[in-house]
Design a protein around this ligand. Structure first.
Ligand SMILES: [Zn+2]
Length: 265
């Protein structure tokens, strides 16, 4: 796959390029980019990139965290997070009332190597809240503990699924966000409506269970809404990106609508 404007982190013979993906994001208007932590793996220096965008009318903002590519071989999530950030920078009203923190590459070495695991051989999405010493986990757990998210969205791709689906967790309204998001994403890619997905019972592409050790809010907190979006890994990457972006846009606008509806009762 060639590196192009729409797929800037596409691999060449040295693997995927983090600077090619992240560089353009640093110059977006209204976007603040930071590199969290600093850790060394096999002589290479890494950090977890975080991009912050504050939408209009957000004096008491709704804080949302978007986490992608914790599995390094699922690049569509990273590209979708980048695209969503570019969209809100160009059209800030999309993020009205929101404070967005976007982590497009949670597994930077896996992203470079195009592997599910980190270069230290860990499936990082099984390491949360069990005193892991993996540097990526320490950085991300700190974010999850300290950022007071009202919502957490995680982007994944599943190589055993022919369609889009998602996991819900946390706040009781979560499924009311995922349902319309899957409906919109389903206009771009087929939906997975099987009764069993990834070994879990599913209803209309929604799973109410989860693996242990996944990226999630700490147990002691007021539960935010937590959604994991999954695209079919074998689908064209541009369509996976489009489906994830439209799903995120739908979740944000539905949440805003539900919150303001609740406030007006
Ligand atoms: Zn994954």
């Amino acid at each position: 796959m060639e590196r192009t404007a729409t797929n800037p982190g596409a691999p060449d013979d040295r693997g995927r390029s983090l600077p090619a993906l992240l560089g353009p994001l640093r110059g977006l208007p209204g976007v603040q980019g930071e590199d969290l932590g600093s850790f060394e793996i096999n002589g290479g220096k890494y950090s977890i990139p975080r991009f912050t965008f504050q939408g209009p009318n957000s004096s008491d903002p709704i804080r949302i965290g978007i986490f992608a590519a914790i599995h390094g071989d699922e690049p569509a999530g990273a590209f979708a997070a980048a695209k969503f950030l570019a969209d809100v920078a160009r059209e800030p009203d999309l993020a009205e009332n929101f404070h967005l923190q976007i982590y497009p590459v949670c597994n930077p070495t896996g992203f470079e190597d195009q592997t599910r695991h980190s270069r230290r051989g860990k499936d990082l999405n099984r390491e949360f809240w069990k005193a892991s010493v993996e540097p990526e986990i320490e950085i991300l757990e700190h974010e999850l503990r300290s950022r007071h998210f009202s919502g957490i969205i995680q982007l994944h791709a599943d190589d055993t699924s022919d369609g889009v689906y998602g996991f819900v967790r946390g706040h009781t309204l979560t499924e009311n966000l995922l349902r319309p998001a899957l409906f919109e994403a389903g206009k771009i890619l087929p939906r997975n409506v099987n009764a069993t997905i990834d070994g879990f019972a599913a209803r209309d592409g929604i799973i109410y269970d989860h693996y242990e050790g996944i990226l999630a809010a700490p147990a002691a907190m007021d539960p935010p809404f937590e959604i994991i979006l999954e695209t079919p890994h074998a689908a064209p990457i541009d369509l996976q990106v489009q489906a994830l972006v439209v799903a995120m846009r739908t979740i944000v606008s539905e949440y805003r609508r539900l919150i303001s509806f609740a406030a007006n009762i």
